[in-house]
Structure formats: structure tokens, C-alpha cells
Design a protein around this ligand. Structure first.
Ligand code: ATR
Length: 555
């Protein structure tokens, strides 16, 4: 179930958030600790008590707040009913989160508990979030009794906003002590190993209904796959600038992009792994493909700082395939059982697919993505030797085509490999010539072909570029945002007959590419390469999904 946590500073703001996202919600958590008025009343209470010892004000203020919250719950329910008459009842959770647990309430604890008690007595709440450290204390007794009379279920929460401590197993076990309560663990994950440990702590709870959240970017995949990890709800925040907790997604993204309500144990899960990875464009490419083909599959970002956590996470999350991005393209090769030749030649793998008996197979669709747009300009060639196994066997016919590649890093390696594979004559220009020479020698030997020529990236190379100007490929970060004015080849005047290809895609047209287009050249931008590699990856994912269907194995 999708639960919206309100983050507005006032009751009216909370209702506005509910209305805005009503279409996607099952539950609403009223986070009263965000209400500025309640915060200050709780804090003043504290001062008042110390000053004049007036206890009566405590009670009156708490009763007043309890009623307000109860009225707010009733209003939320009727607003929601008006917006979604066909849906089941909206479940409402009452929470006043303490600052020490990552919330906003810093006031008097006695006042907080009185407000909760009064709100429950006044009615309207289905759940109450109550902390594990209060379990069995005198302080909580009348709150628990009020919840019980109101028929509200207690969510017994343990929060660790600073991350895992030695206390985790003990505190988690305590949160699960009472059978009629729902234990909740909300623990910050400072990396992939922590994410895994939080999942395991959740499994150890063994409660039929439980809530397990790994907060922060490393746990986002767990928020999307909450039901698979045994969590009966996932929390999210409105898209208005405030998050109730780090890592929250919006209800619209959860329900729309990730089809949260359709995810089951059988859903085939795919992910992009990298660090950072939450801004990857890949989910926006792959999820619509799955949806349009009516496939029970989802694609999500999995931020991963440590590759050694990947096998266990892949099992827990049910991963069937992954896209791999910076910084794992090289390192991931050690986890593969097998790989297409290009993966070793380029020393980079950007796609891995699970096969029978949990073997993982590696591919490099970046290579295909780079080559795909070239076929349009240079015609197709039937399967070259070592053609990327995953893709169509037609590649561009580059026999005798004279190409200049700018750069000699990781990206250039894939580019030069692809060009040589399809028969091109290559010149590599790099700021550091020795690096270009090492790359040229290595790829020449690997492909048993004439190694590329090399030169320094400076004006003296102008005459050489004129010799190698059928195709110019720019592989460095020069011209990438934010330094969009930079030009990697300022000394070179385009004659207009070149094909200019820049693999940078932010901005979609670099200064250099614009200069080429204005000179009459045919141009290819980095988006074409991104989409080419994503299409090839999608074909691999669909093959895996078909295999799963054929074997009826689910996962
Ligand atoms: P990637 O995997 O993106 O290719 P990389 O392996 O770090 O990244 O390679 C970066 C490439 O961009 C190299 O060719 C680098 O030149 P050097 O080998 O001389 O370092 C080139 N590059 C990056 N910034 C550059 C700059 N400001 N001027 C010239 N070349 C630059």
C-alpha cells in the first residue's frame, strides 16, 4: 500500500497534499510534528511547566490539539471519499515524530503523549505510530488503552536516522514483541552493505505485517519493492520540496513509473546499478517499454557503493538483469560467469543478465549504442567478426572510412574498438599522447589489425585531422555541462562533408556539434547513443522475461 506522509507546516497544507495525490494513495500518515503551531505549543509547554508549574494548561492544550487532529482526520477522509468514491476506505496513521527519531517535534514528551491520547479518544485514526522505547512504560499506558478502545492498531516503530548500531537486532526484536502491533524498522542505510543488513533485520522479524525501511539513497530500491521485502506499506512524500524522510519518492512516481500496485512476487525486477544513480534516465526508458508490452516487469535505480553486496541484493530483490553505470562497469566483470568478447576487449560491461542456475552473463550495449546511428550514414555490414552478440548482426560498413577519435579514455576505448571492428582507419587525438598510443597498440593487437595512428590534441594535428575526416568522434567531457562553451577541436575548420559525432548528451547539442552542423556537416548527438544502448539492453531484458515465462519458473 502507498502511504503519503504529510510534510506541510499546517493542517490545511496537509489536506492540500492529500488532495493532490489522492489518486495514488491507500494510506495517509498525518505527521503532526510538521505543524509549526504544535511544535511551538509543545516547546512552550515545557517552559511553562518549569516556570510556574501549571499542569492544567497541559491538559487543556492537549485536549484542544487532540480534537483538532481528530477533526482533521475526518476532513481528510471525506475529502478523499469525494475524490475517490470507488476506492476502499482511506487508512489514516497518526504520528508525532520526535526530533531524535528524524522528526520535527522537540517539545515536551508528556504533552506529546497527551495529544496522541486525546486524538485517539476523539476518533478518526486507524493506526498510531508509537515508539519502541516506550514499550511497557507508564507513560504510554493510557495512550495504548486509548488506541485499543478506538480500534486503532499500533505501529511500533524503531527509528535509527544515524544508521545501524549494535542495538539493531535487540531493538528490532523488542519492536515485534506484541502480536497485535505492527513492528516498524526505519534505519538509515549509509551504503549497500547496510541496506542488506536492514533487509535481513526485517526478515528476522517474522511478523505477518511489518514495515521495513532503509532510509537514504541506498535504500530507495527497497521502498519501491516494499511488498517483496515483506513491508505492508511504503511511505512517500508530496512533490513540493519537502521530504518526510530521506529517499522518499512521490506517490505519482511510485504508482505511475514503477506501477507499485501491480508488483507481485512474480514480477521480473531489473535495475540500474551505479553510485550515484538516482538521476539515471534509464528507468524512464525501460519502464514504459515494459508497460506498453504489458509485461509483469519493473526497472528501478539501485544505488550501489560496494559490488560485493550485489549477489545477495540481487537474490533478495529478485533481480533478473541490471544496467551498470559509473563506477562499476569494469569491476562488475568479476561477478560474471560469461561475457561477450567485447566486454573483455573494452574492459567494460554495462549489462548483466541472470541465466540458468543464477549464472550472470555480461554484455556491452554501449558499443552497439555507439555503432547503431552510424549505419544510417555508412550503410550496413553483415556481422563482423566479434560483432556484439546481443544485438542484430548488422553494423555500419566502415571499410576504408577514415575516422578521428578525440580522447583515449574509457569511452574512447569502446568507440575505437567498434570502429576497428567494422573496418575503419582510425586516428586518435589525445591530450596525453602516450595514453592514446597504449590504447592503439592494445586494440590493434586484440583485433589483429593495423593499430590506429596517434597524435597530440593540439593545433599541429590539424593536417592529420584533414586526412581522417570522414567521421569525427568526440569522446571526452569537453563541452559537457556545466562548461558548455568549451570546444575540443578549436583549431579545426569543418569543410562540411564530415560526419560529426559527439557522445556527450548534456547538452543534447554541444558547442562543437553545433559548429559542425552550421558548417553543413551531418551530426550525431549523444542521445542517439544513449537510446541505442538502451534499446539493445531492452532486447536483452525482454529475452530474459520470455525465458522466465517459458520455464514458468517465476523467480
Ligand atoms: P571516460 O571513461 O569518460 O572516457 P576517462 O577514462 O577519464 O573518462 O577519459 C577522459 C578522456 O577525456 C581522456 O582522453 C582525457 O585526456 P587525458 O588522457 O589526456 O587525461 C580527456 N580529457 C578530459 N578532460 C580534458 C581536457 N580538459 N582537455 C583535454 N582532454 C581532456
Amino acid at each position: 500500500m502507498i502511504c503519503l506522509s504529510s510534510t506541510a507546516g499546517s493542517p490545511d497544507g496537509a489536506l492540500r497534499q492529500l488532495r493532490r495525490d489522492a489518486a495514488h494513495l491507500d494510506l495517509f500518515e498525518l505527521r503532526a510534528d510538521f505543524f509549526a503551531e504544535l511544535q511551538s505549543e509543545g516547546s512552550n509547554q515545557h517552559r511553562g511547566e518549569a516556570g510556574d508549574g501549571e499542569v492544567g494548561a497541559d491538559l487543556a492544550g492537549a485536549v484542544n490539539w487532540g480534537r483538532r487532529l481528530s477533526e482533521l482526520a475526518a476532513e481528510a477522509r471525506s475529502d478523499w471519499r469525494a475524490l475517490r468514491p470507488e476506492a476502499a476506505a482511506l487508512g489514516i496513521i497518526l504520528t508525532i515524530r520526535r526530533a531524535a527519531d528524524g522528526g520535527r517535534y522537540q517539545g515536551d514528551e508528556g504533552f506529546r503523549l497527551l495529544v496522541l491520547e486525546e486524538a485517539l479518544r476523539s476518533g478518526g485514526f486507524d493506526y498510531l505510530d508509537l515508539e519502541e522505547d516506550l514499550l511497557g512504560s507508564d507513560a504510554e499506558r493510557s495512550v495504548v488503552a486509548a488506541a485499543s478502545s478506538a480500534g486503532a492498531t499500533i505501529i511500533r516503530s524503531y527509528h535509527a536516522p544515524d544508521g545501524i548500531s549494535a542495538e539493531l537486532p535487540h531493538r528490532a526484536a523488542r519492536a515485534a514483541t506484541r502480536e497485535n502491533e505492527i513492528p516498524k524498522l526505519a534505519v538509515h542505510a549509509d551504503g549497500s552493505a547496510a541496506f542488506l543488513r536492514i533487509i535481513e533485520a526485517g526478515e528476522a522479524l517474522q511478523s505477518v505485517r511489518r514495515i521495513v525501511i532503509a532510509m537514504g539513497p541506498y535504500g530507495v530500491a527497497g521502498r519501491i519493492l516494499a511488498p517483496r521485502l515483506g513491508s505492508f506499506l511504503t511511505y512517500c512524500s508530496s512533490d513540493d520540496g519537502r521530504q518526510a524522510a530521506p529517499g522518499h519518492l512521490t506517490p505519482e512516481v511510485l504508482a505511475g513509473m514503477y506501477r507499485y500496485h501491480e508488483l507481485t512476487e512474480r514480477t521480473a525486477v531489473f535495475a540500474v546499478i551505479g553510485d550515484p544513480v538516482l538521476h539515471s534516465r534509464s528507468p524512464e526508458f525501460h519502464n514504459p517499454v515494459f508497460r506498453s508490452q504489458k509485461l509483469d516487469a519493473v526497472y528501478l535505480p539501485l544505488q550501489l557503493d560496494d559490488l560485493s553486496a550485489l549477489p545477495a541484493l540481487a537474490d533478495r530483490l529478485g533481480l533478473q538483469g541490471v544496467s551498470i553505470t559509473i563506477p562499476h562497469k569494469s569491476g562488475v566483470r568479476r561477478l560474471l560467469s560469461n561475457a561477450e568478447p567485447a566486454v573483455e576487449a573494452i574492459a567494460a560491461c554495462n549489462t548483466a543478465i541472470r541465466g540458468p542456475e543464477d549464472a550472470w552473463y555480461g554484455y556491452n550495449t554501449d558499443l552497439h549504442g555507439f555503432l547503431a546511428p552510424l549505419a544510417e550514414f555508412f550503410g550496413g555490414a553483415e556481422g563482423a567478426q566479434h560483432a556484439p552478440a546481443a544485438q542484430e548482426t548488422r553494423g555500419p560498413d566502415l571499410t576504408g572510412v577514415r575516422c578521428t577519435v578525440i580522447g583515449a579514455g574509457g569511452a574512447a576505448r569502446a568507440v575505437v574498438y567498434g570502429l576497428l571492428l567494422y573496418g575503419a582507419d582510425v586516428l586518435i587525438l589525445n591530450r596525453t599522447v602516450a595514453r592514446a598510443e597504449a590504447l592503439a597498440a592494445e586494440l590493434g593487437e586484440q583485433l589483429e589489425t593495423v593499430p590506429p595512428r596517434c597524435a597530440a590534441l593540439e593545433p599541429a594535428a590539424d593536417a592529420l585531422v584533414r586526412e581522417y575526416r570522414d567521421l569525427l568522434v568526440q569522446t571526452t567531457s569537453i563541452g559537457m555541462e556545466p562548461e558548455v562553451e568549451a570546444d575540443p577541436l578549436p583549431f579545426y575548420e569543418f569543410c562540411g562533408s564530415e560526419v560529426a559525432y559527439d557522445i556527450v548528451y548534456t547538452p543534447p547539442e554541444t558547442t562543437w556539434l553545433r559548429r559542425a552542423r552550421r558548417a553543413g556537416c551531418r551530426v550525431i548527438g549523444g542521445n542517439a547513443m544513449f537510446e541505442g544502448q538502451a534499446r539493445a539492453q531492452s532486447a536483452l531484458f525482454l529475452t530474459r522475461i520470455n525465458e522466465l515465462h517459458q520455464h514458468g519458473a517465476g523467480q
